[in-house]
Design a protein around this ligand. Structure first.
Ligand code: OOG
Ligand code: NI
Length: 448
C-alpha cells in the first residue's frame, strides 16, 4: 500500500466538485441531470435484470455520475501542464483526434484512467483540445491571438506547487489532495469578464467562434459535463418538454440489442452575457450539457466496419430529423452483427475473460471457444472508454451555430500534438487489446 492518497480517489472528488460547480454555473445543466435521473429510475424500475447486473458489477450506486467533460486550451505550455495536472488524478492521454477535417481548428486527446481497477472506481475523462493557431490565415490576427495567450496563466500558484509536490514525492497526502482539488478547480471556472475588448473578440469570432472561446478568457472553462443515461433515445425525446433545446440528432451508432461504442446528444450552448474590456457588454455561447450511453469497445476490424457503415449512412444525405436519422442508421447497421457471441467470434469487439467459479472440469489445452462452450470461461463485453471523431465534430458543430466552415486541408498532425503535450498519447485500440489479453491470461491460469 502506498502512503499517498489514492489518485483514483482524487479523480473521484475532483469530478464531483466539478459537477457541483457546473450545476451552479449553468442551471440548465441541473435540469438535464434531473431529467437523466428520472429516466434512469424509470428504466431501472422496469428492468430488474438490469438492476441485478449493475449491482453485481458494483455500478448501481454511480449510474448518474458524470462520465466526461471537455476543455479547450490555447498553447503547448498549457497542454503540457494540463497533462501533469491530470496525471495527479490518474488520468493519462489516450487517443488522438483530428477535428480539422470537420472544420474545427483543434486536435485533441482524452485524459482518462487506463487500468481496469481505476476505470471501475471512476471512469471520468476529459476531452481536451488544443487550439491550432497556425490554421488562422490572417497573420495579424494570428499574432494578436498568440500574444494574448502568452500573457495568461491558467493554473493557480497553489495548483502548480502541488503538481510539483506530487511529482517529486510520488503522490499527495490527504490534506494536499484536498487542497489540490480546490486549486485545480479554479482553472475550469467560468469568467464572465473577458480579457479583451469587444472588437478583438469579434475579429477572432469572425475567424472562428472557437478561437474566440479559447483566446478571450482567463482560462479553459469547462464547456460541458456528461452524465450517463440508461436510455438516450428517451432523454432526447423528452428534452423539449423539460424546457431544454436538444441538438438535432443523437451522434454515433443506432440503438441495438448489443450496444457498441458510444451514443451522445447534448443541449445547445447557451447565450451568456459577457463584459469586455472598456466596459462593453456582449454575448458569447460556449457552455452546454451532454449525455452519453456506452457499449462494447470494437477491435480495429469492428471499428472499420463501424466507420464504413456510418459513411454509407452519411452518403445518403442528412435526414430531416433524429427519428429519420435513427431509422436509416438501423437499416444500414443491419450489416453489423448484433449478438455478443458473434461479435466475439468474428473478432469485432473486445471482451473481459474470467474463469467460471466453481471451475468446470475441462481438458487441459482446450481452446477458448471450447472453454466458453463448456462454461469454464466467461466472456463479458468490455466497455468503450474513448470518443469518436465524427461524433465529437457533430457536438462541436451543434455548438458553433452558423460558424461551420469547410475542412482545413489535410491537417492531421499527431507528432505536433505530442510535441506540445510533452508525451506520446496511448493508442486506444492497443490498450483494449492489452486489457483483453491480460484478462484471458489470468483466466486461463486459474483454469490450469
Ligand atoms: C468537445 C466536443 C467533443 C465529445 O463528447 O465528443 C466531446 C468540445 O466541444 O470541446 O466532448
Ligand atoms: Ni462531450
Amino acid at each position: 500500500m502506498s502512503q499517498w492518497f489514492p489518485k483514483d480517489q482524487i479523480r473521484d472528488i475532483f469530478s464531483r466538485s466539478m459537477s457541483e460547480m457546473y450545476r451552479q454555473e449553468v442551471p440548465q445543466y441541473g435540469t438535464l441531470i434531473k431529467l437523466v435521473e428520472t429516466i434512469n429510475r424509470e428504466v431501472l424500475d422496469a428492468n430488474p435484470a438490469l438492476v441485478a447486473e449493475l449491482e453485481r458489477s458494483g455500478e448501481l450506486a454511480r449510474v448518474d455520475v458524470e462520465r466526461h467533460g471537455a476543455i479547450r486550451v490555447g498553447t503547448a505550455q498549457e497542454l503540457d501542464m494540463m497533462r501533469r495536472m491530470f496525471a495527479v488524478m490518474g488520468m493519462y492521454p489516450v487517443g488522438y483526434y483530428d477535428l480539422s477535417m470537420a472544420g474545427v481548428p483543434v486536435h485533441s486527446t482524452a485524459f482518462r484512467p487506463v487500468n481496469d481497477a481505476a476505470l471501475k472506481q471512476n471512469p471520468f475523462r476529459v476531452f481536451t483540445s488544443l487550439l491550432r493557431l497556425e490554421l488562422i490565415e490572417n497573420r495579424k490576427l494570428r499574432e494578436r491571438a498568440t500574444e494574448i495567450l502568452a500573457a495568461r496563466v491558467i493554473f493557480t500558484l497553489g495548483a502548480r506547487e502541488l503538481i510539483e509536490t506530487a511529482e517529486s514525492q510520488g503522490g499527495l497526502t490527504p490534506d494536499q489532495a484536498h487542497r489540490f482539488v480546490t486549486e485545480a478547480l479554479e482553472t475550469f471556472r467560468w469568467h464572465q469578464q473577458a480579457t479583451v475588448d469587444l472588437a478583438t473578440y469579434q475579429a477572432l469570432c469572425n475567424e472562428h467562434r472557437l478561437i474566440a472561446d479559447v483566446v478571450c478568457f482567463r482560462g479553459p472553462h469547462i464547456n460541458h459535463l456528461t452524465p450517463r443515461t440508461l436510455d438516450i433515445d428517451e432523454v432526447q425525446r423528452r428534452m423539449h418538454r423539460a424546457g431544454i433545446d436538444p441538438k438535432a440528432i443523437i451522434e454515433g451508432p443506432p440503438r441495438r440489442q448489443c450496444p457498441i461504442l458510444l451514443r451522445q446528444t447534448s443541449f445547445k450552448a447557451l447565450e451568456e452575457s459577457i463584459s469586455f474590456d472598456g466596459n462593453e457588454e456582449g454575448q458569447h455561447s460556449a457552455r452546454f450539457g451532454e449525455i452519453e450511453q456506452r457499449g462494447v469497445a470494437l477491435t480495429r476490424k469492428g471499428r472499420k466496419l463501424y466507420d464504413h457503415l456510418l459513411a454509407v449512412s452519411r452518403e445518403r444525405g442528412s435526414a430531416p430529423d433524429n427519428e429519420a436519422h435513427q431509422v436509416r442508421l438501423v437499416e444500414v447497421f443491419q450489416a453489423f452483427p448484433d449478438d455478443y457471441a458473434t461479435l466475439r467470434r468474428e473478432g469485432l469487439a473486445f471482451y473481459h475473460y474470467r474463469a467460471a467459479i466453481p471451475t468446470a472440469a475441462v481438458a487441459t489445452g482446450a481452446d477458448v471457444e471450447t472453454l466458453i462452450e463448456a462454461g469454464a470461461l466467461i466472456a463479458s463485453p468490455m466497455i468503450y472508454e474513448d470518443f469518436l471523431p465524427v461524433s465529437a465534430a457533430g457536438i462541436f458543430q451543434s455548438n458553433l451555430g452558423d460558424c461551420v466552415r469547410d475542412e482545413y486541408a489535410n491537417q492531421s498532425n499527431q507528432a505536433q500534438f505530442e510535441a506540445a503535450l510533452g508525451a506520446p498519447v496511448t493508442d486506444e485500440i492497443s490498450l483494449y487489446e492489452r486489457r483483453q489479453q491480460a484478462s484471458l491470461e489470468a483466466a486461463l491460469a486459474t483454469l490450469e
